[in-house]
Design a protein around this ligand. Structure first.
Ligand code: ADP
Ligand code: TYD
Length: 205
C-alpha cells in the first residue's frame, strides 16, 4: 500500500513523519521522500538553489520521481510493504503550476501528461492544511529558504492542493494541521492502519 503525505512548507510533514515512524513501527513501513530518495534528488536541490529555468526544474522533479519509483517504490510494493512517502506526485501538481504560470498554456495538464503511463497512484494521500501565515511563522528563520517558501507562492500552492483534493475525494484525506502534533499523528496513524487492514482483505487485481 502506498501512502503519501502532502502539504505546503511548514505544514508539519517532517514532524508528523518522525512520529509515524514510532506509532507504526510494528507494521515495518518503508519511509521515503521526494525529492531525494536517489542521487537525482541532489540535482533537483541544485536546480532549485540555482533557480534553473522552470521547465528544467519540473523535468528534474519528474526524473527524481521516475528514479524513486524504479528503485524504491515499485520494489517495496512488489514485496507487499507499506510505503509512506513524504511528498510525491501531488507536490508537482501543486507547486509547479505556480512556477510554470505564464511559461506554458496549461501547466497542470502538461505535468499530468508527463506522469501518465508510469507513475503509481497512491492508495491514500494525507494533505496537511493550515492558514498561510501560520505556516510561514513555523518556518525556521535560521534555515536557508527555498524560493517556494514565500507567502504568496505558498498561498497558491495550497489552493492547488485543495483543488486536487476536491477532485479526488476517495484518495485524499484533508487534515487540519493546526491541531496538536500528537492529535494529527494519531489520527493519521489510525487511518493508515485501517487502510492497511482493508487492503489485506481486498483480493489483488
Ligand atoms: N501540529 C503542530 N502544531 C504546532 N507546531 C507544529 C505542528 N507540527 C509541526 N510544528 C512545528 O512547525 C515547524 C515546521 O514543521 P515541519 O515538520 O518541519 O514542517 P514541514 O516538514 O512540513 O516543512 C516545526 O518547528 C515544528 O515543530
Ligand atoms: C517533490 C516536490 C517538491 N517541491 C518543492 C517543495 C519544497 O519547497 C522543496 C523541497 O522539498 P522538501 O525537501 O520537502 O522541503 P524541505 O527542504 O523543507 O524538507 O521543493 C516542488 O516544487 N515540486 C515537487 O515535485
Amino acid at each position: 500500500m502506498l501512502i503519501t503525505i502532502e502539504g505546503i512548507d511548514g505544514s508539519g510533514k517532517s514532524t508528523l513523519l518522525a512520529r509515524l515512524r514510532e506509532l507504526l513501527a510494528d507494521l515495518d513501513p518503508l519511509f521515503t521522500r521526494e525529492p531525494g530518495a536517489t542521487w537525482v534528488g541532489e540535482s533537483v536541490r541544485r536546480a532549485i538553489a540555482e533557480r534553473m529555468d522552470p521547465i528544467t526544474e519540473a523535468l528534474l522533479f519528474c526524473a527524481d520521481h521516475a528514479a524513486h519509483i524504479d528503485t524504491v517504490i515499485r520494489p517495496a510494493l512488489g514485496e507487499e510493504r507499506l510505503v509512506i512517502s513524504d511528498r510525491y506526485a501531488d507536490s508537482r501538481f501543486a507547486y509547479q503550476p505556480v512556477v510554470l504560470d505564464g511559461v506554458l498554456p496549461d501547466p497542470l495538464q502538461w505535468l499530468r501528461r508527463i506522469h501518465e503511463g508510469w507513475s503509481i497512484r497512491p492508495d491514500l494521500t494525507f494533505l496537511l492544511v493550515l492558514p498561510i501565515e501560520d505556516a510561514v511563522k513555523r518556518l525556521d528563520p535560521e534555515k536557508k529558504r527555498e524560493y517556494f517558501e514565500n507567502a504568496a507562492i505558498l498561498e497558491r500552492v495550497q489552493e492547488n492542493y485543495l483543488n486536487l483534493a476536491a477532485a479526488d475525494p476517495s484518495r485524499f484525506v484533508v487534515v487540519d494541521a493546526l491541531l496538536e502534533k500528537e492529535e494529527v499523528a494519531r489520527f493519521i496513524a489510525g487511518e493508515i492502519r485501517a487502510g492497511a487492514r482493508s487492503s489485506r482483505r481486498r483480493p489483488r487485481a
